[in-house]
Design a protein around this ligand. Structure first.
Ligand code: ATP
Length: 254
């Protein structure tokens, strides 16, 4: 494996996906390198979640090549896919905490389930380390119902980080949060990238979130990436569709 291909953690070429007569992805190409955060923007129904589901092996592509950490996700065995998924952290809107468990128990759960050889001290150390990272060690014995929405979100991210993923997938990380909490979450996403050298895909409608967390943004429109580059490159472009997208989001999100 040469140096160039080693640094590419996700590589997608010519990906298509339809549901019956609905053609959702019509030739998606993208590469994500180690340590890079990419924000995927796109209107509701543009296929962002379908893309994420294909990357994580939950949906099969119709055609194209989808490689994650060097493996073609739709070609590997169920066992290989399970092992690959352990290297991917999912921070989904619906990945709620267990209400009947304390923060400590919520964080111990994925570790005990997936890394069965850890002793009690190793589990405790790992819990304290990730809670420190998200700045919430003090909540260790609290119940989720005692936490704010932003704190629950951070604990959710900690629960993902505890398995030391190489890739993080964030689905609408700032949805429904107030502006100050959005800033906290954006800062945490950037911190995770630096501290753990993860590569992340951040699906968002929030342009501030994209601007502050991503090295690269990509706009999904009509089944393809309309534009990909740094936030400034993409939004300074003269492309009329990009301008329409920006104005639409600016007016609707401010
Ligand atoms: N399993 C499925 N079966 C049939 N159609 C589906 C399926 N999953 C997604 N779709 C359709 O594919 C299109 C893209 O859906 P997707 O959830 O990816 O949109 P999205 O960009 O994530 O939207 P949002 O921003 O609202 O979450 C939609 O029209 C949706 O109805």
């Amino acid at each position: 494996m040469n140096h160039e291909s080693k640094d590419i953690v996700i590589s997608i070429k010519g990906l298509t996906k339809s549901f019956g007569s609905l053609s959702v992805l019509q030739g998606v190409d993208i590469e994500i390198v180690k340590g890079e955060n990419i924000a995927i923007l796109g209107r509701s129904g543009s296929g962002k979640s379908v893309l994420i589901k294909i990357i994580s092996g939950l949906l099969k592509p119709d055609s194209g090549i989808v490689k994650v950490l060097g493996q073609e996700v739709d070609k590997i065995s169920a066992k290989e896919l399970q092992e690959l998924r352990l290297k991917i952290g999912f921070s989904f809107q619906n990945s709620a905490l267990y209400d009947s468990m304390t923060v400590r128990e919520n964080l111990a759960f994925p570790l005990v389930r997936n890394k069965r050889d850890l002793d009690k001290k190793a589990v405790n150390d790992a819990i304290e380390e990730v809670l420190n990272e998200v700045g919430l060690l003090k909540t260790i014995n609290q119940m989720p119902s005692e936490l704010s929405g932003g704190q629950r979100k951070r604990i959710g991210i900690a629960r993902t980080l505890i398995l030391k993923p190489e890739i993080m997938l964030y689905d609408e990380p700032t949805a429904g949060l107030d502006p100050i909490t959005c800033i906290e979450i954006n800062n945490l996403i950037t911190k995770v990238q630096k501290q753990y050298n993860t590569s992340s895909i951040i699906i968002t409608h929030d342009l501030t979130c994209a601007k502050n967390t991503a090295n690269k943004v990509a706009i999904l429109m009509d089944g393809k990436f309309l534009s990909t580059g740094s936030f400034e490159e993409v939004f300074n472009s003269q492309n009329v569709n990009v301008k329409t997208f920006y104005d639409y989001n600016f007016i609707n999100n401010k």
